[in-house]
Design a protein around this ligand. Structure first.
Ligand SMILES: *Cc1c(COP(=O)(O)O)cnc(C)c1O
Length: 222
C-alpha cells in the first residue's frame, strides 16, 4: 500500500531538476523559485523539498495562490513583475520582497503604502544595463543621482539591485552585464544582486549574484 501514497498521476513535476540545481548552488546564493504560470501542487511539491521562497509576477495570479497556500506560513513571497501603480498597496500587503522597483516614484509610493499598512518590505532596485527596449529599470546614472534621497525613504528595506539580461547573449556578454550590476551594487554598499534566470544563472553566480530567479528550469516549460 505504502508506495501508492507517493504515486500521484497529477504530479508531473520532475523534482530531479530542482535537486540538481540546489546541489550546484553555493550556500550564500539564495534560490527564488519562480512559480508564475505554475499551480499550487507544483509549489507544494518543491516546498516539501525545503524551498521556501517563491516568485510571482502578476498580482492577481499570485493572490489566488497565496490564499490557497496560506497555511504554509513560512512561504516567503517575492514580487518580480512589472509594478502597476494601482496595485502597489496590495503588493506591499502581500509580499515580503519586491524585486522590480524601477523608478523613484514607485519607491516613494511603496514607502508611503508601507508606512500606512505597517509593513517593511525588502526591496531590490531594478537596473537596466543594456539597451533592451522591452526591459524596465533605472539607468545607472539616475540611480546614483537619486540614491541619497532613496535611501532615506521609510519602511522600505533596500537590500540590493536586480537586473534582467536580454535574451540571446553569449555567456561572456551575460557575464559583462552581471558584473556591471555587481559593481554598481558595491558602489552604493548594497549587499544583494538578484540576477540570473534559467538560461544564465551559472554566469550570474560567477559574477556575484546573491539571488537567482529560476522558473522553467525547475518547473518545466510554461
Ligand atoms: C519569469 C521570470 C523569471 C524566471 O524565468 P525562467 O526563464 O523561467 O527561469 C525570472 N525573473 C523574472 C523577472 C521573470 O519574469
Amino acid at each position: 500500500m505504502g508506495e501508492f501514497i507517493y504515486t500521484n498521476f497529477f504530479i508531473n513535476l520532475d523534482i530531479s531538476n530542482y535537486l540538481k540545481i540546489k546541489d550546484k548552488i553555493p550556500k550564500k546564493v539564495n534560490l527564488l523559485a519562480v512559480s508564475k504560470g505554475f499551480n499550487c501542487e507544483d509549489i507544494k511539491t518543491i516546498y516539501h523539498l525545503g524551498q521556501k521562497c517563491f516568485g510571482e509576477s502578476k498580482f492577481q495570479e499570485a493572490y489566488v495562490k497565496q490564499s490557497t497556500l496560506k497555511h504554509f506560513r513560512d512561504i516567503e513571497w517575492h514580487f518580480i513583475g512589472r509594478l502597476q501603480t494601482n496595485k502597489i498597496r496590495k503588493i506591499v500587503k502581500n509580499f515580503q520582497y519586491i524585486h522590480s522597483v524601477d523608478s523613484f516614484e514607485k519607491l516613494e509610493k511603496i514607502s508611503n503604502a508601507s508606512l500606512e499598512e505597517n509593513k517593511n518590505p525588502s526591496i531590490m532596485l531594478q537596473v537596466k544595463l543594456s539597451n533592451d527596449p522591452t526591459k524596465a529599470g533605472f539607468n545607472s546614472k539616475i540611480l546614483l543621482e537619486k540614491w541619497d534621497l532613496m535611501k532615506k525613504f521609510r519602511n522600505v528595506n533596500i537590500k540590493g539591485l536586480m537586473t534582467i539580461n536580454p535574451k540571446g547573449l553569449s555567456s561572456q556578454e551575460n557575464k559583462v552585464l552581471f558584473r556591471k550590476c555587481r559593481r554598481l551594487a558595491d558602489l552604493i554598499d548594497l549587499q544583494d544582486c538578484s540576477m540570473g534566470m534559467s538560461g544564465d544563472w551559472e554566469e550570474a553566480i560567477g559574477s556575484g549574484a546573491t539571488w537567482i530567479r529560476l522558473g522553467s528550469i525547475i518547473f518545466g516549460e510554461r
